[in-house]
Design a binder for this molecule. Structure first.
Ligand code: NAD
Ligand code: LMR
Length: 330
C-alpha cells in the first residue's frame, strides 16, 4: 500500500455505534483498498477494557488496510494528528426524551474535545454524531479556534437515508432512485425533510407517492420521530444505521457530488443562505467539491410551507444555542 495512512479517531469506541462503525472504516470501505487506516479509539476509563476487546476483534478480521490501533482515555492523546474525528461518544437519550434533553450532560464533553482537537490536530475534519449533534458540533468548533469552522459538520445523513427509504417504500421503487432529499435544520423532531425538491426516478416525489397528503402527514412525522420509534422498539437508540449514515457522510464529503445533486449535513451557517442566522450548525443541501471543500447549494426555491418549517427548526437551534451560550468561546 503506497498511500499515506489516514488517521481516524472514533470517540465512544466501545459503544453501540462504535462497534458498528470501526469495522467498516478498518475494512477499507471508506478510504479505499490502497489507503492504510490508523484507528484511534477514545473511551472513558471504565469502558477501556471493552474497547480493548473491540480492538482484538478488529485485529481478528485481518483487514489489510488496518495498519494501527491506539486506545486511550485521554482526548488529546487520542486526537494526535488525526485526519478525521468522528465524535460519537456521549450519552444517548432514553424513551420519552427529546435529543436536546441531553445538552447539559453531553455539551461539556464537546468543550473538552474541542480544546483537545485544537491542541492535537490540524489537518482534520470533524463529524459530530453524539446528540444533540448540531449544538454539540457548535460547542466543539467554538472551543477549537485553530481549525477552520467549515471543517466541522454534524450528521443528518441518517435522517436523509430514513426519508429516502420511506418514500421508496411508498412509491414501490428502489431507494437508489430517490435523489436530492435535503434535511434542513436540526437533527431533532423539528427537522424539515424537503420532499418538494426530491425526485423519484424521473418523477417528483409528490407524483411518485400519489399526492402531498401523505408527505405532509405520516411521512413528515415518521422521519422526525424515527429515532424515538427505534428507541421504543429496541429499548436502545439506532446504532448500525447511525454508523452506516456516518460512513455515508464521510464518503459524500470526500467525493465530488454529481452535477445537479446534493446531500444533507449540518454545517456552520454563513448568514447569507436561506435566512438562517450566521453561526448556527444547520443542515442544508450540500455539494462537495471532492477536494475537501464543499458549498451550501444556493437558489433552492422555498415554498411558504418549507419556509415555515425552516423557521421552526431555526428557532429551536437558536434556543439550544442560548442554553449552551456559556460553553461557546469564539
Ligand atoms: P452508547 O451508550 O452505546 O455508547 C456511547 C459510548 O460513549 C460509551 O461507551 C461511553 O463510555 C462513551 N463515552 C461517553 N462519554 C465519553 C467521552 N467524554 N469520551 C469518550 N467516550 C465517551 O451510545 P451510542 O448508541 O453509541 O450513541 C452515542 C451517541 O450518538 C448518543 O448521543 C446518541 O444519541 C447519538 N446518536 C446520534 C445519531 C445521529 O443521527 N446524529 C444517531 C444515533 C445516535
Ligand atoms: C436517531 O436519530 O436515531 C438518533 O439521533 C438517536 C435518537 O436519540 O433518536
Amino acid at each position: 500500500m503506497s498511500k499515506k495512512p489516514v488517521r481516524v479517531v472514533v470517540t465512544g469506541a466501545a459503544g453501540q455505534i462504535g462497534y458498528s462503525l470501526l469495522f467498516r472504516i478498518a475494512s477499507g470501505e471508506v478510504f479505499g483498498a490502497d489507503t492504510p487506516v490508523e484507528l484511534s479509539l477514545l473511551e472513558l476509563p471504565p469502558a477501556i477494557k471493552a474497547a480493548e476487546g473491540t480492538a482484538m476483534e478488529l485485529e481478528d478480521c485481518g483487514f489489510p488496510t488496518l495498519s494501527k490501533i491506539n486506545i486511550s482515555d485521554t482526548a488529546e492523546t487520542a486526537f494526535e494528528g488525526v485526519n478525521w474525528a468522528l465524535l460519537v461518544g456521549s450519552k444517548p437519550r432514553g424513551p420519552g426524551m427529546e435529543r436536546n434533553d441531553l445538552i447539559r450532560d453531553n455539551g461539556p464533553i464537546f468543550v473538552t474535545q474541542g480544546k483537545a482537537l485544537n491542541r492535537a490536530a490540524s489537518d482534520v475534519r470533524i463529524v459530530v454524531v453524539g446528540n444533540p449533534c448540531n449544538t454539540n458540533a457548535l460547542i466543539a468548533l467554538h472551543n477549537c479556534r485553530e481549525v477552520p469552522a467549515t471543517r466541522f459538520s454534524a450528521m443528518t445523513m441518517l435522517d436523509e437515508n430514513r426519508a429516502k427509504a420511506l418514500i421508496a417504500k411508498k412509491a414501490e421503487i428502489g431507494v437508489g432512485a430517490i435523489r436530492n432529499l435535503a434535511i434542513w435544520g436540526n437533527h431533532s423532531s423539528t427537522m424539515y425533510p424537503d420532499f418538494e425538491h426530491a425526485t423519484a426516478g424521473e418523477k417528483s416525489v409528490e407524483a411518485a407517492v400519489g399526492g402531498r397528503a401523505w408527505l405532509e402527514g405520516d411521512f413528515m412525522v415518521a422521519v422526525q420521530k424515527r429515532g424515538a420509534a427505534i428507541i421504543a422498539a429496541r429499548g436502545k437508540s439506532s446504532a448500525a444505521s447511525a454508523a452506516s449514515a456516518c460512513i455515508d457522510h464521510v464518503k459524500r464529503f470526500m467525493t465530488k457530488t454529481p452535477s445537479g445533486e446534493w446531500f444533507s449535513a449540518a454545517v456552520p451557517s454563513d448568514g447569507n443562505s436561506y435566512g438562517v442566522p450566521a453561526g448556527l450548525m444547520f443542515s442544508f443541501p450540500i455539494r462537495s467539491h471532492g477536494d475537501g471543500k464543499y458549498e451550501v447549494v444556493q437558489g433552492v426555491n422555498l415554498s411558504a410551507y418549507a419556509r415555515k418549517k425552516i423557521d421552526e427548526t431555526t428557532k429551536e437551534l437558536l434556543e439550544e444555542r442560548e442554553v449552551v451560550r456559556q460553553l461557546l468561546l469564539r
